[in-house]
Design a protein around this ligand. Sequence first.
Ligand SMILES: C[S@@+](CC[C@H](N)C(=O)[O-])C[C@H]1O[C@@H](n2cnc3c(N)ncnc32)[C@H](O)[C@@H]1O
Length: 400
Amino acid sequence: MQVVIEKLDHFGRGITYIDKKICFVKGALPGELVEIKIVKETKKYCEAVVYKLLDSSINREEVRCPFYDRCGGCCFSHLSFVEENKYKLEKVKEIMERFAGISRDKIEGISYTESEFYRNKITLHCKEGKIGYYKEGSKSIVPVNNCLLVDKRINDLVREIKQIDFKGKLEKIVIRVSNDSDKIMLKLVGNNINYHDLLCKCDVLVVNDCVMTRDDKIISTIGNRSYFLSIDSFFQVNKTLTEKLYDNVRDIVRKSSSKKVLDLYCGVGTIGLYVNDLVDEVIGIDSSFSNIRDAVRNKELNNTLNVTFMCEKVENVISNFCDDIDLVIVDPPRAGLDSATKQNICRIASQKIVYVSCDPVTLARDIKDLDAFYQVEGIRVFNMFPRTYHVECVVLLNKR
Ligand SMILES: C[S@@+](CC[C@H](N)C(=O)[O-])C[C@H]1O[C@@H](n2cnc3c(N)ncnc32)[C@H](O)[C@@H]1O
């Protein structure tokens, strides 16, 4: 069947209509004439793949990744990076307008850096001698030895790991590199793994939960701040764009003249420690023990006295804070904010909120829920995850 693709959906799939039923076509671009093969059909929609490209878009690019058609990691390797950025900006505008009633001119623009080799971390799965990513929508493994998204040092180590006979049962591999030095850390998960050949190939080696090297952490930098990182701690994966995102938050904090700041979902203390010199006091909260242990170390590493950290779930402790907070920074996981947290944020009634979000849909929901008390001043989009459909936003909300 031949169809013309009208636009892209929020997951980067082409959209067309067959007898008025919406059809999502993986790998097709707007304006393209394609012959498709339907792979799934329900009452409301169908899913298809491109069988033959009959008339291709001028925005189509040659795919450089040999695993692209099997691996579920990327969805935009066939689209020019310029168009990917335009698409992501438009996607945020559309979601904000549709789900939160935010006018499109509030979305200021999109920031981006490299489209390839930008990730400082990889997680690979291992099964039946194969090491790679999960195939999209399944647990079968696509062996990968050169992912175009990750730092080249990670790819080198993956290739070395693939030469080793681990003997026991290896289940998962996590590798993280420093943003600015040659330090590299590796975690192996499995049973009876023979890891000795890897001790000389990394600075930190963790096997299950045991640290096998003298060091248990590496240092990574963002701007002029340094951060200790353990293998299980959260750290933004984009090596270069994170600095621009944090600079954006720093700019907002500077202009706000805030004194007391809550940094909710603070990870290893990154944002709080990035802005602490502009304010009197920062309180960071995160539920992960590993994150908060690193955050406390990071406080010392950056010679900071005015930041404190709590290892708690935000929703369990936010009711303890009162109206002396000038600014609340939130950076929740994709699920966004829970209702108890939103209610308490409104009760605290800080002059401003900075919302850092990795999911525009839950962000729009939360903006709508906060609408009686807070209005959006501006939204900046950051292409933190090039070649995938994911996107990050920084939103400034002012108290009404
Ligand atoms: C997107 S990360 C943000 C980290 C940090 N702001 C940064 O820029 O590196 C979200 C963080 O929320 C934490 N988290 C998840 N659920 C939580 C909860 N209910 N309460 C507190 N922290 C939570 C995770 O441990 C993770 O560090």
